[in-house]
Design a protein around this ligand. Structure first.
Ligand code: HEC
Ligand code: HEC
Length: 278
């Protein structure tokens, strides 16, 4: 069954040492470190609205665009898409009708999602509660790229473990650097200012600014591993202050100890550009 699912989603021939596609893994990724709900779940005054998970909302309004994250429950447009088509939309940002998904859906980093994790995400999305909600459609005044890169057929992840390399994979699909890289002409500059901070987020909380998370003293060098864990997973600064949205700590709280340690190792390793697509 698992092989059938994987082959159906990705048109792959099984090539040996691949982890399994599973709804559990998909649930972990979607409701945990990948935090899809941070954009796709409608928010009330008290945070995400219970029972409305993943049914879509307005996420960003600026002169360049009004971005509305779609309803990605089985009651949304994706209901009519095949597993293959949904997988391509998530990893490459291209819908079945050929249209391109716009920012801030972090496709540049989602291109790193491994075949197994992609299959797991799709499998999980098919199981979530169908919520009837029409959040409306985005309007982009800026041109969208024709694609976010060449077509992908197969993507692999590094070996899972408490290593900086695995941490680089987890940080990529959790799109930490999509928020934490300095914007150039409004777009986070992953190539030139990876992790250097400065992107501003306006909302009911006022304006928050994503800090520098590079390895040196201007970044996370001044924090212990315990300080970092408390900030990343609980939104609590070393001085006890609570951190502002949209830092997705309610989602990152679900990260396994292994994934958290690996991400911290990766941050401390001083990366200056995203890991290569594998
Ligand atoms: C930073 C915000 C953000 C995050 C995080 C995010 N998305 Fe999105 N997503 C969007 C926006 C905005 C759109 C609509 C873009 C547009 O209108 O072109 C979108 C569109 C989509 C679509 C296209 C749906 C349709 O009907 O056209 C899919 C599928 C999707 N997202 C899945 C996901 C999944 C799965 C995750 C987590 C793994 C995720 N997204 C995380 C913002 C986000
Ligand atoms: C949706 C955008 C977003 C994403 C994704 C995101 N962050 Fe953040 N992060 C923020 C913002 C905004 C702040 C500042 C919050 C505040 O000022 O209270 C922040 C703060 C932090 C801080 C505190 C740094 C300091 O010096 O104050 C750390 C550490 C951090 N993020 C790490 C991460 C890691 C690791 C990930 C990925 C696993 C991540 N962030 C994902 C937006 C984001």
């Amino acid at each position: 069954m698992k092989h059938v699912l994987k082959a159906a989603i990705l048109g792959l021939t099984a090539t040996g040492a691949m982890a399994d596609v599973s709804v559990e893994r998909g649930e972990y990724l979607v409701t945990g470190p990948m935090g899809c709900g941070n954009c796709h779940t409608p928010q009330g005054a008290d945070g995400p609205i219970p029972g409305a998970e993943l049914s879509g909302m307005l996420v960003d309004q600026n002169p360049g665009f009004t971005a509305i994250a779609s309803n990605i429950t089985p009651a949304g447009d994706i209901a009519d898409w095949s597993d293959d088509e949904l997988a391509k939309a998530i990893r490459e940002g291209i819908r079945p009708d050929g249209s391109v998904i716009g920012p801030p859906m972090p496709i540049g980093l989602y291109r790193h999602i491994s075949d197994d994790d992609l299959g797991s995400i799709v499998a999980y999305l098919r199981t979530v509660h169908a919520v009837e909600n029409d959040p409306g459609k985005s309007v982009y005044n800026i041109p969208l790229p024709p694609a976010y890169g060449p077509p992908l057929t197969s993507v692999s992840a590094p070996a899972e473990g408490e290593t900086a390399e695995w941490g680089g994979y987890v940080a990529s699909i959790s799109h930490c650097f999509e928020c934490h890289s300095t914007p150039v002409e409004g777009v986070p500059d992953l190539a030139g200012h990876y992790g250097q901070g400065g992107l501003e987020f306006a909302g009911p909380w006022g304006v928050s600014v994503a800090p520098d998370i590079t390895a040196g003293e201007d970044g996370i060098g001044k924090y212990s591993d315990a300080d970092l864990a408390a900030m990343i997973q609980h939104g609590i600064r070393p001085d006890g202050n609570r951190m502002l949205p949209p830092m997705p700590y309610p989602y990152l709280a679900k990260m396994t100890d292994q994934d958290l340690s690996a991400v911290i190792l990766y941050l401390r390793s001083g990366p200056t550009a995203p890991p290569a697509e594998m």
